[in-house]
Design a binder for this molecule. Structure first.
Ligand code: ZN
Length: 586
């Protein structure tokens, strides 16, 4: 007897509609409540997925049951003692890793977009029947959700049919891809990994991607489990699935307990016969490494407020600088440690991060702990002023991790490192996360004591100044003992201190750096540059025009603001200083 059974069918690819049927054998007699999550774990923004639900109905098999809407994402079905079937459709045309997407070439969904939660029965096993009667029968199904082995109608590997989740939380944490993707599999530490690529990429070197990814996976498994080499996802699935949607120019990923959904650019995929490691492919490997590291760090080691998730509302945590920042540190570290990149390439990545963090005036106003807590209404709702107001818990968080790693290595005489802290978190919170109840997550006040427990190093001052406070991580000092120099120089180039974009033949200001030339001269984000000293600015010549000036020159700048011509006198200040990271030559 199946208490909770979902059936999903890609019913109208051209209209981008999935049809969903939900069978509830034992609805609560008082009137079953159903709801759809308002956000998807890993992406900290309330997205109101329920806006894509259409035509929700409920029946007990004989008569229709009225539904009352309790709020924008919650419904109550009229009381019934009989089994209930709920039917609805979900509009799926969001080409991202966060929602659902369907056309005649493929289907993709996250459970958070399509499966209503049955209140009071969240802990029961959920069956998922994936059906596909109307579409070409050459489609396959790719997911880390286990097949309902031994059940009638159980799916075969990569087939339509019945799958089974341990509970609702499990059900919505295994996205599903269907279609005719390019597929490759490999083993890492004896565990099965599949890579699934949707989208056309001529001559993609898929074997190279699998080879490189296997190195990353092996390394990370051994990092967390140096003795057993046990892959983390085996508590939830017999396989890990990388599902990648390839488009012209996208980039992103979302982590799950035994899979990840990625979106990447065609141009970043390696070409058969070319051995060069392009910046694009390096970025893709970094993304793979990042999302895979999340299998430990955030999918099992979690902040207390995510154990369990409350998907009805925003649930802030001050700890994303650990869950995202440390993950961002390890993603490229793992590429270095596995030899996929050399130290020079690695230091170039760090140099880029330092320059990106240090160019933002917002870093002096917001700590990474505050940035974590305010992710929901600041980091995820960025506007033209964000770089002046906030700091990224990803990029600065990764520098905090690097600094902390160097501090631990230094103070422990090279005997301990940040790895020891990660392994302690894994042991205390992660390893048994899905096997034990009640769930236990990391609390902010535990961070410093746990660093001490894992490494013997007192990180109170470090964490207070650089993670809870807004000071720049002193990598120049921390790195010297390892023979690496972080140097800084102020450029002599005159600059407007703006970011711009081309808009139909013109240059529009998108961002203004606080206390830069443009800000002090009165220019604003949104202004369209017309002329500098009466010479027209088009969509390409701004840098060339500016190159003719020296620092402290005054220029007249004309702009259109709200279609009105405005004139500003602007003193051109020096470009902000930039950082270089290099190993000392002997
Ligand atoms: Zn992440």
């Amino acid at each position: 007897m199946k208490d909770i059974l979902y059936r999903i069918t890609p019913i109208d690819p051209a209209g981008h509609l999935f049809a969903i049927e939900l069978h509830i054998s034992k609805p609560t007699p008082k009137g079953q409540i159903l709801s759809l999550p308002t956000w998807i774990p890993g992406s900290y923004l309330v997205r109101d997925f329920s806006r894509h639900i259409q035509g929700l109905t409920a029946t007990d098999g004989k008569k229709d049951l009225p539904l009352t809407k309790l709020d924008n994402h919650t419904w109550q079905i009229a009381p019934s003692t009989k089994a209930i079937t709920v039917r609805y459709r979900v509009y799926a045309w969001d080409l991202s890793v966060r929602a659902a997407h369907l056309d005649e070439s493929h289907g993709f969904f996250n459970g958070t977009s399509v499966f209503l939660q049955v209140h009071g029965q969240e802990e029961k096993p959920c069956y998922l029947d994936i059906q596909c009667p109307t579409i070409k029968n050459n489609w396959g199904v790719y997911t880390s959700l286990p097949e309902a082995k031994g059940e009638r109608g159980a799916a075969k590997r990569h087939g339509f049919g019945l799958y089974k989740a341990a509970n609702y939380d499990d059900l919505i944490d295994h996205p599903v891809e269907m279609g005719t993707p390019a597929v490759i599999s490999f083993e890492a530490c004896g565990a099965l990994h599949e890579m699934v690529f949707t989208g056309l990429v001529p001559n993609m070197d898929i074997e190279r991607i699998a080879r490189d990814t296997a190195k990353i996976c092996e390394y990370q498994i051994k990092l967390f489990e140096p003795k057993t080499h046990q892959a983390p996802f085996l508590d939830s699935s017999d396989r890990y699935v990388f599902m990648t949607m390839i488009t012209g120019s996208d980039y992103g990923g979302l982590e799950h307990r035994a899979s990840t959904a990625l979106i990447a650019s065609r141009g970043d995929m390696p070409v058969l016969g070319q051995n060069e490691l392009t910046d694009g492919y390096l970025q893709f490997l970094g993304l793979i490494s990042h999302e895979y590291f999340h299998t430990w760090n955030v999918k099992r080691i979690k902040p207390q407020v995510f154990a369990p998730y409350d998907l009805t509302k925003a649930t802030p945590t001050p700890l994303l600088w650990i869950f995202e920042g440390f993950t961002s540190y390890y993603d490229d570290q793992v590429l270095l440690r596995t030899g996929l990149i050399d130290e020079e390439r690695y230091l170039a990545l760090i140099q880029k991060t330092i320059n990106s963090v240090c160019s933002g005036p917002g870093r002096l106003k917001q700590s990474v702990a505050d940035s974590s807590f305010d992710a929901w209404n600041k980091y995820y709702k960025q506007d033209e002023n964000s770089l002046n107001a906030i700091v990224s818990y990803y990029t600065k968080g990764s520098l905090v991790a690097l600094g902390l790693d160097l501090l631990i290595q230094q103070e422990s005489g090279g005997k301990k490192s940040l790895d020891d802290f990660m392994r302690l978190l894994w042991k205390k919170f992660g390893r048994d996360f899905y096997r034990k109840s009640p769930k236990k997550g990391l609390r902010e006040e535990q961070v410093i004591p746990l660093i001490k427990e894992a490494t013997g190093v007192d990180a109170t001052e470090f964490v207070t100044r650089y993670a809870l406070g807004t000071e720049d991580v002193p990598l120049d000092k921390l790195w010297t003992t390892q023979g690496i120099t972080v140097s800084t120089k102020t450029s002599k180039t005159a600059s407007l201190h703006i970011k711009t974009k081309a808009v139909s033949g013109t240059t529009q200001i998108t961002h203004i750096y606080e206390n830069g030339s443009a800000h002090l001269g009165g220019l604003s984000a949104g202004d369209t540059l017309v002329a500098i000293d009466n010479i027209r600015v088009d969509d390409k010549n701004l840098d060339k025009l500016l190159a003719r000036y020296r620092v402290n020159d005054k220029v007249i700048i004309h702009v259109f603001r709200r279609d009105e011509l405005r004139q500003f006198k602007v003193k051109l200040l020096a470009e902000v200083h930039s950082f270089t990271v290099k190993r000392n030559k002997h």
